[in-house]
Ligand binder design. Structure first.
Ligand code: ATP
Ligand code: MG
Length: 267
């Protein structure tokens, strides 16, 4: 759209080869300068590898423009210094360290005063649990720590890889609320398989299939198109009345292409 600001992140023809495995064969995606962009696709389609490629955690070729600057040849630490915050798929909290220590470790020299005010506003519970070992937190609380770390340093972009995975519906809602607030401050690239969360948060979406971009467009449009959702995501129903559930036939896809998770709860 001519009125949209330029994308914050522009990825073109991203390819990743690890050993003998050709994992990404040409991923194209734009992360909007505002709000949340969802990165979708079935299990094994290459979402995490795409994120790791953007961050320079795996060898990659192609083009990754951050605010117009080519970054594909930069090392991870340079990308982090340029303001990309990452909440990885496994959350990556240090289990034996306290909440406060996990946050302190995430402070980045030269990034200005760490934004503890914002973190404590969004996550009051983390303040109450500052002295608790992170490994004893619930999954949702650990996810809060992972997201809080990305907000400390005034980042330009937050990448969150399946932040709601494995969480109870009520906690999914809490994490979605926090991400919604975070995305008001910083654009988010959200890897997500819970379509109710996508519906709530994302304006734009990118769908991967077999290591390639299979679809890009408005998230609401895809979720409203049952045929496209079934073809691209393996879900049976993605209309306005909820994210699923997929009918038995649709959810029992071939083993190599398991269906997308489709938690039903509204979030
Ligand atoms: N280091 C690696 N070496 C070899 N193959 C890999 C490596 N990392 C990922 N793969 C393979 O690449 C494919 C894409 O994996 P990736 O983790 O990016 O998928 P994903 O879309 O994030 O899946 P999920 O939804 O299960 O998290 C998978 O087939 C995976 O087995
Ligand atoms: Mg993944």
């Amino acid at each position: 759209m001519s009125t949209s600001p330029a994308p914050l992140l522009t990825v073109r023809d991203l390819r990743v080869v690890i050993g003998d495995s050709h994992i990404l064969h040409g991923v194209d995606l734009d992360v909007a300068a505002r709000g949340t962009t969802a990165l979708l696709g079935r299990n094994g389609s290459g979402k995490t590898t795409t994120v790791r490629g953007i961050l320079g955690l795996v060898p990659r070729t192609g083009s990754v423009l951050l605010g117009g600057e080519e970054t594909v040849r930069l090392a991870t630490h340079s990308l982090v210094r340029r303001g990309i915050g990452y909440a990885p798929e496994d959350r990556g909290v240090f289990a034996t360290l306290t909440v406060a220590e996990n946050l302190r470790l995430a402070e980045r020299p030269g990034a200005g005063q760490p934004a503890y005010d914002l973190v404590h506003e969004l996550f009051p519970e983390l303040g109450q649990r500052a002295g608790q070992a992170a490994g004893t937190l619930s999954g949702g609380q650990q996810q809060m720590v992972a997201i809080a770390r990305t907000l400390l340093n005034g980042n330009r972009l937050i990448i969150a890889d399946e932040p709601t995975k494995g969480l109870a519906p009520k906690v999914v809602t809490e994490v979605a609320q926090v991400l919604e607030r975070a995305a008001e401050a910083v654009p988010v690239l959200l890897v997500e398989q819970n379509l109710a969360v996508v519906r709530r948060l994302a304006r734009h979406c990118v769908v991967l299939a077999d290591g390639r971009t299979a679809h890009r467009g408005p998230a609401a449009e895809l979720l409203a198109d049952a045929d496209a959702a079934r073809r691209l995501l393996g879900v049976g129903r993605a209309g306005h009345d909820g994210a699923g559930p997929a009918p038995a036939g649709a959810s029992a896809g071939p083993a190599a292409h398991p269906a997308t998770r489709t938690e039903e709860a509204e979030v």
